[in-house]
Design a protein around this ligand. Structure first.
Ligand SMILES: NC(=O)c1ccc[n+]([C@@H]2O[C@H](COP(=O)([O-])OP(=O)(O)OC[C@H]3O[C@@H](n4cnc5c(N)ncnc54)[C@H](OP(=O)(O)O)[C@@H]3O)[C@@H](O)[C@H]2O)c1
Length: 341
């Protein structure tokens, strides 16, 4: 099947390319697309050099599966063209996620929403994917009334330049650290709303009139859509932390009925794509999740006097399961349908 990757030079695009190398339904190098800035950049696919082309002028003939990770503006501009040319578009940006005509898919939860014919499929926000993956088994086993989320998100969630900016900020802080202070004079690179190095920022995305920031609104809206619970009570506080790669989320679920801990562990352990720490003191961190495929669930506990409440610590690689891997898993399913499997 002929594939294309839009945003091929980005953190997510490069990871998509590496994942596509492992898929047997991909029989030739993907068409690699970027902005005019990176056109001509050479990447490798199964050991072969492949040059990137400017998405604005590239021909789309024969492309059947396009994976997009180039931001909302590029997705809005290019997705309709690809669909018109007969290709599926699996889009990582927020451009189409809340469009009622576009399915928002985490394959382990709602693969049934995938369309039968070529169209746009939206990949959820990175934090939403990992939280949904951990919450959906509880919804199935106990029902779900409310979900409260606090995220701790890595610099890589902002893309390659943001991750590099964290490296620059941390390096600039080193002399101060050697002298025994946290470099208060170092103000940041401007890549984040304030300095991220040795700090934590409760701000991701644009400020919204209701007092939230955009990332928080994405988690609220998208979780409801993926779980098929439009009235679900959801709150989110999203923070950026000075972590290289990997998002963590502290999650508090209010279930529809009593959720005994052994039943919670059984429900989570049976769910595909999750690695569950059985001890209430067990957990993974972002370091262990970096480069790994599963969503790690730990610190699973109840709340005294509230048998329907479940507390969890949920960690995943935001560039893999939070973006590239989830998109390629969607493409796997679409490709198998396209081939009548
Ligand atoms: N990083 C994450 O954890 C994560 C998670 C979920 C979703 N996402 C989403 O995935 C997308 C990419 O994220 P990223 O982290 O990979 O960002 P990134 O490292 O900044 O890469 C952005 C990519 O998009 C390309 N691009 C930008 N504007 C373009 C345009 N007008 N036309 C064609 N290509 C264009 C860039 O090409 P040039 O090299 O030419 O600039 C580059 O290849 C974003 O929509 C982001 O919100 C990211």
């Amino acid at each position: 099947m002929r594939t294309a990757v839009l945003g091929a030079t980005g953190l997510v695009g490069r990871t998509m390319l590496a994942l596509l190398e492992t898929r047997n339904w991909v029989d030739e190098p993907p068409l690699l697309l970027t902005s005019a800035r990176s056109a001509g950049t050479s990447l490798t696919f199964r050991g072969r050099a492949v040059d990137c082309a400017d998405a604005a002028s590239a021909g789309l003939a024969g492309v059947e599966m396009a994976l997009f990770s180039a931001g909302g503006a590029a997705s809005r501009a290019y997705a309709p063209r690809f669909v018109q040319a007969g290709s599926w578009v699996v889009d990582n940006s927020s451009a189409w996620r809340m469009d009622p005509e576009v399915p928002l898919v985490v394959p382990e939860i709602n693969a049934a929403a995938l369309p039968a014919r070529p169209g746009i499929v939206a990949n959820p926000n990175c934090s939403t994917i990992q939280v949904a993956a951990a919450v959906a088994p509880l919804q199935r086993a106990f029902g779900l009334k409310a979900c409260h989320v606090t995220t701790l998100q890595a610099a890589s969630g902002g893309g390659g330049r943001a991750r590099q900016a964290l490296a620059v900020e941390l390096s600039a802080c080193l002399p101060g650290l050697r002298e025994g202070h946290a470099s208060p004079a170092m103000t940041g690179t401007g890549a984040f709303p304030r300095r991220l190095a040795l700090n934590a920022l409760p701000e991701i995305g644009a400020a919204l009139p209701d007092g939230s920031f955009e990332e928080e609104a994405k988690v609220v809206r998208e979780l409801r859509k993926i779980l098929g619970l439009p009235q679900l009570a959801v709150t989110c506080l999203a923070t950026r932390v000075p972590v290289w790669n990997g998002h963590a989320a502290a999650v508090r679920c209010v279930c529809g009925r009593s959720a005994p801990r052994d039943e919670v562990i059984a429900a989570l352990s049976a769910a595909p794509g999750l690695v569950v720490a059985e001890s209430p003191h067990g957990y993974a961190t972002q370091l262990e999740a970096d480069g790994a495929d599963p969503v790690f669930v730990g610190r699973v506990r109840g709340q005294e006097g509230r048998p329907e409440v479940v507390l969890m610590w949920v960690v995943a690689d935001n560039v893999r399961k939070g973006a590239a891997l989830n998109a390629v898993q969607i493409a796997d399913l679409l490709a198998s349908r396209g081939r009548g499997a």
